[in-house]
Ligand binder design. Sequence first.
Ligand code: ZN
Length: 296
Amino acid sequence: MKTLTKFSAALFSLSLFTPQVSAQTLLNLGGQDHLCSFAPDEVFDEQIYSFSSSKQAEDLVADILSTVGLVPRFQIYAGNVPNAAAVIDGDQRLIVYSEDWIQNEIANNRWAAVALLSHEIAHHLNGHTLEAGGSRPPTELEADKFAGFAVGKLGGSLQDAQWLFKQLSASGSDTHPPRGARLEAVAVGWRDATGGQVIRSTPKDEPSTPTTSSVAGDWFVIAGSYPHASVAQAEILLHRLQAQGLPVRLVNTDSYAKLSNGLYSVVVATNSRSSAFHALEGVKQYVSDAYVKKGN
Ligand SMILES: [Zn+2]
């Protein structure tokens, strides 16, 4: 842990889910001793600039916090850090993450991003960043356990939860425990969340899909599509949009002649082209690249 000794007061007035200034702000980490990082031996730049966070990162944080029913008591910023860190200044809790890292992970392995942010969020939720002494193995393991818990609650497998940790070196350090202990902590958290079984209300087991609903129609606003193997990620988007009040549902594209097969799509189903384009406006508030397509 390292302390942000001088941090723009203006930054503190900003909240997580409100529009933020786009200009970057220089964080002064001089004399730094209160920063919880993810891996041992991470090197932080002398000068760290913070930028307003991306929608994707904020969505990930919202998904993670939904697993414990909490509202954020911290603010999140992009910045030139190795991956992510929990930092504190006075009573202000901050998560600073690398937009570069997160964007690449979302594209390649979203669960890695979920695990990383969950780990850092846990440092704040557990009050680690309020304690003196910085990162140390017991608090790191608590944070790792929550990472496993969050991935499990959001529908990921144990392998999904542990993937990021398997990239670490086997040996630990003064601040971070060895990899084997961290994998164990993740497994315990994942088991606590899931009872040992992947949580997924598998769409193919659900009887009510749009194929059986003549009311809903097959003019779809498509918010996102995922291969069948990635149904858990489709469900994360589904639940996120449902939480915004959108009447989204999951459809199996195999049931529709004009859709590419092999996918689960998160859609708003309507009866007509005009209804679909009307609904599109609402969906675009949350998914900017949503589009309209007819299923049959
Ligand atoms: Zn940590």
